[in-house]
Ligand binder design. Structure first.
Ligand SMILES: C[S@@+](CC[C@H](N)C(=O)[O-])C[C@H]1O[C@@H](n2cnc3c(N)ncnc32)[C@H](O)[C@@H]1O
Length: 369
């Protein structure tokens, strides 16, 4: 069915929202106040999804023709908004999620922008299909959008992609200032005064300048003293614990990915740090039986957030502070709703780790009541 609608708001995925007979329609690549002719592509009980056929009244702020793949590619969702508007969108999104699901007022700082809205990603995974097309997946599909370059990627990755010969399986690349990693060796990344060995299988934040700002904020929130023990849960290659190691007594990092812990131990040596150790295991398996009394717990879980064993044990461990780093505001508020019974939510700082996408990174400081 075709309709003419006016965009009245945005959803959490950066899509425009309109209404048809009081039913909500989500429409990608639209801006508030635009009038668009749409075709509905899905009609569910409570909502519809539509795509634009043409723009009848376009927003004066719309950015056009930035990326040739934007309409098809599933990677970016708000590239049509100028960067300042993207930041406003994200600030509103996090404020709205907190207001709606946390049901209490907390102090939310202004979102910390990325130094650059393009060329910021230090890592990419390219997919390949049976016809040797190399690129990203289309939105919600595993069809390949063939790409020669991507505006979000560090240019060294783009250079590499341009020269890629025929490949038969997906490929992951990571870069620093010097080279592109495409094998099972490691690359050295620098954040602040620290250096980190990272292999392809290990997690490392994708936007170096925002990572630096975020780690500085975590250090500020922790405000550790030489008496404090820090437990760094979901520690990846040991980055946050190492970053804070000279501010505290001792750090223990826990991470499930064995390769990341091999990297973390190399990072301990590389930065000549004595007061940190790591456990390669599932947080929820080992946290209940730790021989370590934390004053500060830092958590940086994957999108799923914390499971009930992790959250219950964190509460039982009774740290003075919890610093929750999250890449998904919805699981963050779910977990904060449990923690807020025992901890005061002092402040949340959002970070724009992923410009041109709807994703938001947040760091929250909680203090024991
Ligand atoms: C968002 S990353 C954070 C990494 C690190 N804090 C950093 O800033 O680089 C989440 C990490 O949690 C790890 N992870 C996922 N599930 C886990 C679990 N059940 N127990 C321990 N680590 C887990 C992942 O392997 C990943 O390294």
């Amino acid at each position: 069915m075709e309709y003419v609608v006016k965009i009245i708001d945005y959803d959490h995925q950066g899509r425009g929202i309109a209404k048809i007979d009081n039913k909500i329609v989500f429409i990608p690549n639209t801006i508030i106040d635009e009038e668009v002719k749409i075709k509905t592509v899905d009609n569910k009980k409570n909502y519809m999804e539509g795509i634009v056929i043409n723009y009848l009244k376009e927003s004066p702020i719309r950015r056009k023709d930035i990326c040739p793949y934007y309409e098809k590619c599933g990677g970016c969702s708000i590239m049509h908004l100028p960067y300042s508007e993207q930041l406003k969108y994200k600030q509103n999104k996090i404020n709205n999620i907190l207001k709606r699901y946390l049901k209490m007022d907390i102090k939310v700082k202004a979102i910390i922008p990325s130094d650059n809205e393009f060329y910021y990603r230090n890592k990419v995974t390219l997919h390949v299909d049976n016809n040797h097309n190399v690129g990203y997946y289309e939105n919600k599909s595993n069809k390949i959008v063939k790409i020669d370059q991507c505006l979000l990627l560090d240019n060294k990755l783009n250079e590499y992609i341009k020269n890629i010969e025929k490949i038969t399986k997906d490929i992951t690349l990571r870069t620093n200032g010097v080279k592109v990693l495409d094998d099972n060796s490691t690359i050295i990344k620098t954040i602040g005064n620290y250096k980190f060995n990272v292999s392809l299988e290990s997690f490392f934040q994708v936007n170096d300048n925002v990572t630096y700002k975020m780690y500085e904020k975590i250090k500020e929130y922790a405000h550790a003293t030489k008496k404090d023990n820090i437990l760094d849960l979901y520690c990846g290659t040991g980055t946050i614990g190492i970053y804070l190691s000279n501010t505290c007594h001792e750090v223990l990092g826990i991470e499930i990915n064995k390769q990341a812990i091999i990297d973390a131990n190399k990072n301990k040596e590389l930065n000549t740090i004595k007061n940190i150790s790591f456990i390669a295991d599932d947080v929820s398996k080992v946290i209940t039986n730790l021989n370590f009394k934390p004053d500060i717990i830092i958590v940086d879980p994957p999108r799923a957030g914390l499971d009930h064993i992790a959250i219950d044990t964190i509460i039982k461990l009774h740290p003075q502070k919890i610093i929750y780093t999250s890449c998904d505001p919805m699981t963050l508020v779910r977990d904060l709703n449990i923690l807020k019974e025992y901890y005061q939510i002092k402040e949340l700082t959002p970070f724009d780790m992923f410009p041109n996408t709807y994703h938001i990174e947040s760091v929250v400081l909680l203090e024991r009541k």
